[in-house]
Design a protein. Structure first.
Length: 264
């Protein structure tokens, strides 16, 4: 995917056929772009999109959260420094499924976002080095969040397969990676395999890069699509609002709408 499937906010809300096309894009590619969402910090109109899929997922940040630059921030997301490719909340037992990000303000220089389809990256790794693939399928990585109010930890392999043997989830969150707790003989093979995976996801040919403008909503599968943000200058304003919706709710809504709109 070299471009992001794009839809109009009003069309998705008003027309079920367009809504199904949007959900179909998320199902196929894990990423979508909605244009023309009204900007209202208090009424949060982007929430209407999320509610079409399911109820908002509660997290340690609440049902809706703001991404702004803060002094003495305890999270890289609330700074102007670059964020590497990652997923949110890998230290949860069940990380959120869909993530919605609505841009309210963005007049800073820099801050462009990058997205990568991790399922495709795993396919490439499997073709290039089957042993590296097997290593990342079996070696648990520690993800950890420690702050004055939290100490969350979860160990899981980078790649997780479903019942059919296909890739179901990929977990990657370097800013919140804890110590690697594996036998000594497994350390070098793991990092060798891990570095090969990093080379794939950081290859510009495998990335989609797009600046977020006011009124944009980017919705993506948090367990499939990695996202990053380049450094931006602190002058100006950059304000996004976000929320999560669980994968179970997305799957149910997608199947139900597809069934209801199936030609008779």
């Amino acid at each position: 995917m070299r471009s992001i499937p794009t839809f109009k906010y009003a069309d998705v809300l008003k027309h079920k056929r367009v809504r199904l096309e949007w959900l179909e894009a998320l199902h196929l590619y894990g990423l979508s772009h909605i244009e023309g969402c009204p900007i209202d910090k208090k009424r949060t109109p982007f929430k209407a999109l999320a509610n079409l899929v399911g109820p908002l997922r509660q997290s340690m940040y609440g049902p809706i959260w703001d991404v702004i630059t803060l002094e003495n921030a305890q999270n890289l997301a609330y700074t102007s420094t670059p964020l590497p490719l990652h997923q949110d909340l890998c230290y949860y037992e069940a990380p959120p499924g869909l993530q919605f990000l609505h841009c309210l303000e963005n007049d800073v220089e820099g801050g462009t976002n990058t997205y990568i389809d991790s399922f495709k990256a795993v396919e490439v790794l499997k073709e290039q080095d089957m042993e590296a693939y097997r290593t990342l399928l079996s070696t648990p990585i520690t993800y950890e969040k420690i702050d004055p109010e939290n100490h969350r930890r979860k160990r899981r392999p980078l790649i997780s397969l479903g019942e059919d043997g296909d890739v179901q989830f990929v977990y990657h969150s370097p800013p919140w990676a804890g110590p690697l707790k594996v036998p000594f003989d497994s350390v070098v093979p793991f990092y060798s395999a891990y570095n090969k995976f990093i080379a794939i996801i950081t290859n510009p040919d495998n990335q989609v890069v797009q600046r977020t403008e006011p009124g944009d909503v980017f919705c993506f599968d948090n367990r499939r699509v990695f996202h990053s943000r380049e450094k931006f200058l602190s002058e100006g304003k950059r304000h996004l609002q976000g929320c999560y919706v669980d994968t179970d709710d997305f799957d149910s809504t997608y199947r139900t709408l597809r069934r209801d709109l199936k030609p008779k």
